[in-house]
Design a protein around this ligand. Structure first.
Ligand code: NAD
Length: 436
């Protein structure tokens, strides 16, 4: 099928490349002409494992192209919208200006029977407004609007896109269903469940899923706090809970609080939707508030590990991206952690394998280093903020030799307590009562 993707970011670029890999003819349109220029030169503007190879192969075989020109929308049978929906400044509602702008831009170009599909995460009812705009601008056409929220995870995006737990399709229209079934046919053949629901339901499934996952993380984080007080080990508790099939082991990893480009903003946007409809989502409200406080509280953990003050001390932070295998630092827990350490007078040296450029606007006054060991030089403490593979087996002897003091604050629990004891590090982890 002929598919157009509006927005070539984390979701649009991965989805576009995967659709092309399924055999569809895909054009990715992005209004950022520098991004399009880079893509045309074969440069991938984001860090996502496997993406460069996938894009190169599909461009080479003539199924994937990039442009900043909307005119190419005219040939598409299906147009996906995958532009950003960040939190609106000031009030926390989802900022839908990019979505509506894209809709107004594609409307004059759309073929008369084109299907428009929202892949961006949008509040319930957004599809109705998109349909209203399209009908107003194109009274001549029989346009359909579908919700098809995306569940991929950055860092494992291609695997997730090609092996999804489910594909949610929100539409009551048989023609639109057929078009989406055709697009996803290769996955359907692989037995990925196609879950057909109403458009409003599809929009809300996405928010409910993200809010639930955020709740699981926050739950185990609070249990971790309790573990620290009572001398229990949250790692074993998470394992003990996760072995229960009704609970499941995923998203039970304690840490510095959830971040990233989705969970925080989606939880807030869901709360706004609920408030507008007179419904109190108290669990999500609490999750959001607890998580906000937690990020800065991690700085107090570092202060405590250093005996009550970080003023004038150098702190090494490993990891700026909100999780491993991505360069995305949007709402990364490292940012409030580092800002708080700076507020308390610390000098911060940091290293991240992929996210340093992205972190610079939010963290202009830290020392960006070329490796974990370079960051550790002269540090009174080393904080592991993101669990990149390369941080899992650091040479502890080398680390100790360059640091001012042997103190590690492991906010991702990636080291064994006995290992740290043997290496004579003061080791502070999350929710492991016996760590110190
Ligand atoms: N990042 C994720 O892991 C993820 C996962 C699932 C869902 N989502 C959702 O998908 C959506 C996109 O997220 P993202 O992380 O890919 O965003 P992003 O910021 O990485 O990419 C958005 C792209 O859209 C482009 N754009 C904006 N307006 C445009 C327009 N009018 N025409 C053409 N291009 C335009 C921007 O230039 C940018 O390149 C969001 O709603 C997000 O919540 C994201």
């Amino acid at each position: 099928m002929r598919v157009t993707m509006i927005g070539a970011g984390y979701v649009g670029l991965v989805s576009g490349a995967c659709f092309a890999d399924f055999g569809h003819q895909v054009t990715c349109i992005d209004k950022d002409s520098r991004r399009v220029g880079a893509l045309k030169r074969g440069e991938i503007p984001i860090f996502e494992p496997g993406l460069a190879e996938l894009v190169e192969a599909n461009v080479g075989q003539g199924r994937l192209e990039f442009t900043d020109q909307m005119s190419s929308v005219a040939q598409a049978e299906v147009v996906f919208i995958a532009v950003g929906t960040p939190s609106r400044r000031g009030d926390g509602y989802a900022d839908l200006s990019f979505v509506y702008e894209a809709v107004r831009e594609i409307a004059p170009q759309l073929a008369k029977t084109a299907v428009t599909v929202t892949k961006s995460t949008v509040p319930v009812g957004t599809g109705d407004e998109i349909e209203r705009i399209l009908r107003e601008m194109r009274p001549d056409a029989e346009l359909q609007v579908v919700s098809n929220p995306e569940f991929l995870r950055e860092g494992a995006a291609i695997q997730d896109f090609k092996h999804p737990d489910r594909i949610v399709i929100g539409t009551d229209d048989p023609r639109a269903r057929t078009a989406l079934a055709e697009i996803y046919r290769p996955l359907y053949l692989n037995a990925a469940p196609m879950f057909y629901v109403s458009r409003r339901t599809a929009e809300l499934v996405k928010y409910a899923s993200n809010a639930f996952l955020a709740t699981k993380i926050t739950f185990i984080n609070e249990i971790a706090d309790l573990c620290e007080q009572v001398g229990a080990d949250v790692q074993d508790i998470a394992r003990g809970m996760g072995l229960d099939n009704r609970i499941g082991s995923k998203f039970l990893h304690p840490g510095p609080g959830f971040g990233g480009s989705c969970f925080p903003k989606d939880a807030t946007a869901l709360l706004k939707t609920a408030q507008d409809h007179g419904v109190a989502l108290r669990i999500v409200e609490t999750v959001s508030a607890v998580n906000d406080q937690r990020k800065r509280a991690m700085a107090r953990k570092v202060v405590a590990a250093l005996g009550g003050s970080v003023r004038g001390k150098t702190i090494a932070v490993l990891g700026l991206a909100f999780k491993p295998n991505t360069d995305d630092t949007r709402d990364s827990p490292s940012i409030p952690l580092i800002t708080a350490l700076q507020d308390l007078g610390a000098i911060v040296r940091a290293y991240d394998p992929a996210g340093m450029e992205q972190a610079k606007p939010a963290l202009p006054a830290i020392h960006y280093c070329g490796s974990a060991y370079a960051a550790a030089e002269g540090a009174a403490a080393l904080v592991i903020a993101t669990e990149w593979e390369q941080f899992r087996a650091l040479d502890l002897v080398r680390l100790k030799s360059v640091m001012a003091q042997p103190v590690i604050v492991d906010l991702r629990n990636i080291y064994r307590i006995d290992e740290m004891k043997r290496a004579a590090f003061r080791y502070v982890a999350v929710g492991r009562g016996g760590a110190e």
